[in-house]
Design a protein around this ligand. Structure first.
Ligand code: NAD
Length: 294
């Protein structure tokens, strides 16, 4: 690997654009693409170079970063759109999307057969963390590969080596199952408290000094739900995907996740009733719409 590897970036959405911007600001040469022309322009504004296809990106990359919606898209980009075949020898693929761990394991083995290494490095911290370069990055893979990726990853956040390949994707899915379940039950509690006559802001401030606190009480409710902006930049559909990855993995491992399954069912109903583009914080508004207090 060169001192300053050339970075390829595929998937310049809510997270990918600010993450690629951090890499460009850290002095890396970043070449990227996205299906959306607006997002390709955003990369240019952020200091990178935009090209038309993932294969073109891969051809100019020592490290290829993927920040895509799902395993389906990650596999399509690498295997069907020709990105894996276009990578130079010795290139490293970093899948920072929230993908399915069992598929990531298979994909890594498949790429290894053609001499390409892959690590998974999904993130937590939202759009705000991506903009600030303060993401928590859950890196799964051989220690030597994670060390090779570390300087690149550290331009975007704090790296935790979670274990072998796919361990980051597993941990990320479980994290989001917790996050979504907290958000749901927090919303139920705040809405019931409001009906009793409590002020939501007073409830949240008190809970934040008490044992019921979570990212939902400290961040999501005060910043996106109370102000009724519902604009965290993380889609409800993507949260539901992550929850299903976690409960599906638990089930495949023979581990019951009854509360998780219950949360998936409610989030699934919300996903069916809300527009496809709804932000995940809309779950609170959806709960209101199902009660008499709406
Ligand atoms: P997003 O939908 O905003 O971005 C995904 C981008 O991928 C889109 O711009 C889309 O055009 C592009 N894309 C899809 N197919 C493509 C293809 N074949 N070639 C090139 N580009 C393609 O999603 P996001 O919120 O940026 O999330 C990306 C990933 O990160 C997801 O796996 C998500 O679960 C995860 N994630 C999101 C957040 C968040 O707060 N938004 C936080 C942590 C993790």
């Amino acid at each position: 690997m060169l001192e300053q590897p050339r970075i390829g970036f595929v998937g310049l959405g809510n997270m990918g654009t600010p993450m690629a911007g951090r890499l460009a600001a850290a002095g890396y040469r970043v070449t990227g693409t996205d299906l959306s022309a607006d997002n390709r322009r955003a990369l240019i504004d952020a200091g990178g170079t935009a090209v038309a296809s993932a294969a073109e990106v891969a051809g100019a990359s020592d490290v290829l970063v993927l920040m895509l919606p799902s395993s389906d898209v990650v596999e399509a980009v690498l295997l069907r759109e020709g990105a894996a075949a276009a990578l130079p020898e010795g290139a490293l693929v970093i899948d920072m999307s929230s993908s399915e761990p069992l598929r990531t394991r298979e994909l890594a083995a498949r790429l290894a057969e053609r001499g390409t290494e892959l690590i998974d490095a999904p993130v937590s911290g939202g759009v705000k963390g991506a903009v600030a370069g303060s993401l928590t990055i859950m890196a799964g893979g051989d220690a030597e590969l994670v060390e090779r990726a570390r300087p690149v990853l550290e331009a975007m956040g704090k790296v935790v080596h979670t274990g072998p390949v796919a361990s980051g994707h597993a941990l990320k899915a479980f994290n989001n199952l917790l996050s979504a379940t907290h958000l749901l039950v927090t919303s139920e509690a705040v809405l019931a408290g409001k009906e009793f006559g409590l002020e939501p802001a007073v409830m949240l401030a008190t809970i934040n000094g008490s044992s019921g606190r979570s990212g939902s009480t400290e961040n999501k409710w005060p910043n996106f739900i109370l102000p009724e902006s519902y604009d965290s930049g993380f889609a409800l559909q993507l949260m539901l995907k992550d929850m299903r990855i976690a409960t599906g993995l638990a089930s495949a491992l023979g581990m019951p996740s009854r509360l998780g399954e219950c949360a998936v069912e409610l989030w699934g109903q919300a996903a069916e009733e809300l527009p496809r583009t709804a932000d995940h914080t809309e779950i609170a508004r959806w709960l209101v719409s199902r009660t008499h207090i709406g």
